[in-house]
Design a protein around this ligand. Structure first.
Ligand SMILES: [Zn+2]
Ligand SMILES: [Zn+2]
Ligand SMILES: [Zn+2]
Ligand SMILES: [Zn+2]
Ligand SMILES: [Zn+2]
Length: 493
């Protein structure tokens, strides 16, 4: 395997599964390419067809070690104007004449679903129509509207004598009402652009601001329903010099993929998923670079993730190699400690669970990624009682909602966790779903410990691009993204 460096030019090495040799891509070649094409953002990819498999497009894995792969199939997501049977958005759908809360693309699909829908339809009709439940939503705002929906779910569950599944709850949480005034009625019209949001005549305008994001959300949901999970292929681009992350995800990804065919044809679902699986390592690296002067010379790095969830921070660990380690040639060993009372890990040996497959180059140079799952434990318990506690170089709290006083299991355990995190004197990076939450999260930390800013609250360039509906503050921000806002603080010494 040859490696060439031309005088003064920075080279990047790309491993290619299909050829035994490594490819060298140098910056000047990249420069020429970037003149002829530009980064393609997620919105520009909305009309692209789904890219089934990447295999044939080259790059990627040469992993031979034993590893576990989890394939969680996405659950059904209810969307008020998508067919209950096939998830197709319905500009002219057939609404269930009884409950008026679900829609079908065709009579055929309505018929097919009749039996399945019957039980819940009867209860919806009883609670929401005959007793006027959902009609009370009209002109309710904020907390009143939220409380109404939560109470309706309670009533329905009581009648059904069973808990509703998540998608059934979504029929009530995000119902077929006018997005502006919340009026329930069979004369509502779907937005002709996104086909996802309903309005009464004259109430369309306020939605325009959010419409493109809804359109993306609809596209992602329908591709997810049709094709299941997607695992974006990430090339092994190994930098010879430490790579400083730009303030822009699209240009970074453009650089990493150079203008490979895969990059050029990637659909919006795959691209949004790429951002989603890489937001944790990339946000960590971004924060690391902002807060540690010696980030590029360190040969080891320990990251504590506080309040981790298995399905978010605990999965896709391979991205840590590709988009964290490969960008720092001096880094030999990376230790990620995931802690949190809600970190439920599957029943497999922990050493296998935390094993990150590494490329042959990393294996050859004895690089290591260790992942520790400290499950069902609060962070301060881990710090105080764990034998294998390692002092962190960075502490991450991803979307923690620190400002909420309800905490875990009704007990507010944040103060102790925050105190312990601050005591380590490592920089603390906090992210939030919305710009309204992040200052309140930081205030919470400030109220416990005297902290100074390394990065004031701002948009995180490495946020997830995969939208989700917001229930907590849907009146101001209907769609949210993980790690959308970021701030970094450090204890004043
Ligand atoms: Zn259908
Ligand atoms: Zn019905
Ligand atoms: Zn209205
Ligand atoms: Zn729309
Ligand atoms: Zn590697």
């Amino acid at each position: 395997m040859g490696r060439r460096k031309q005088h003064g030019e920075k080279s990047r090495v790309v491993e290619d599964k299909n050829s035994a040799s490594m490819k060298i891509i140098n910056q000047s070649a990249l420069g020429i390419r970037s003149l002829s094409s530009l980064p393609i953002d997620v919105m520009s990819r909305i009309s692209y067809p789904f890219v089934k498999s990447f295999e044939k497009y080259g790059t990627i894995n040469d992993v031979q070690e034993d590893t576990i792969e989890f394939d969680y199939q996405p659950r059904f997501v209810f969307s008020c104007n998508s067919c209950l049977c096939c998830m197709k958005s319905c500009s002219d759908g057939i609404v269930c004449q009884f409950c008026q809360m679900v829609v079908y693309c065709t009579e055929k699909h309505k018929k097919e679903n009749l039996k399945k829908h019957e039980e819940i339809c009867k209860i919806f009709t009883e609670v929401c129509i005959k007793n006027g439940g959902l009609s009370l939503a009209e002109n309710t705002r904020g907390d009143d509207y939220r409380i109404l929906r939560v109470k309706l779910i309670e009533k329905i569950q009581n009648s059904a004598r069973r808990p509703l599944s998540l998608w059934e709850k979504e029929i009530i949480l995000y119902p077929r009402v006018c997005a502006k005034c919340h009026r329930f009625g069979n004369d509502l019209k779907p937005c002709s652009h996104c086909e996802m949001v309903l309005h009464c005549a004259g109430h369309e305008n306020e939605h325009l601001k959010w419409c493109p994001e809804y359109r993306l959300y609809q596209k992602i949901l329908s591709m997810q329903y049709k094709h299941g999970n997607v695992n974006p292929d990430i090339p092994n681009v190994i930098c010879e010099d430490s790579k400083i992350l730009p303030n822009n995800f699209d240009s970074f990804i453009f650089e990493i993929y150079s203008s490979s065919l895969y990059y050029r044809i990637m659909d919006c679902y795959t691209y949004a998923t790429l951002s989603h699986v890489s937001t944790v390592p990339l946000t960590s690296l971004y924060a690391f670079q902002k807060s540690r002067a010696n980030w590029s010379t360190n040969d080891s790095c320990t990251i504590h993730v506080v309040g981790a969830e298995f399905q978010f921070e605990g999965l896709n660990l391979h991205v840590w190699e590709k988009l964290f380690m490969h960008l720092q040639p001096n880094l030999k060993s990376l230790h990620i400690v995931l802690t949190g009372p809600e970190l439920y890990v599957p029943d497999v040996p922990l050493d296998l669970l935390g094993k990150v497959p590494l490329c042959s180059r990393c294996r050859k140079s004895s690089r290591k990624i260790k992942v520790s799952y400290v499950s069902r434990k609060l962070y301060h318990e881990y710090c105080r009682t764990s034998d294998d506690y390692v002092k962190p170089d960075l502490i991450c709290l991803f979307n923690p909602g620190l400002y909420r006083l309800t905490g875990y299991n009704g007990t507010d355990t944040w103060p102790e966790t925050i105190r312990e995190a601050c005591n380590s004197t490592a920089p603390i990076v906090v992210t939030a779903y919305t710009e309204h939450e992040i200052p309140r999260d930081i205030e919470r930390i400030q109220s416990i410990c005297d902290m100074s800013f390394i990065l004031k609250p701002q948009r995180n360039p490495y946020a997830s691009l995969k939208p989700d509906r917001n229930f907590v503050s849907d009146d101001t921000v209907p769609l949210i993204y993980k790690n959308y806002y970021i701030s970094i603080v450090k204890k004043c010494l």
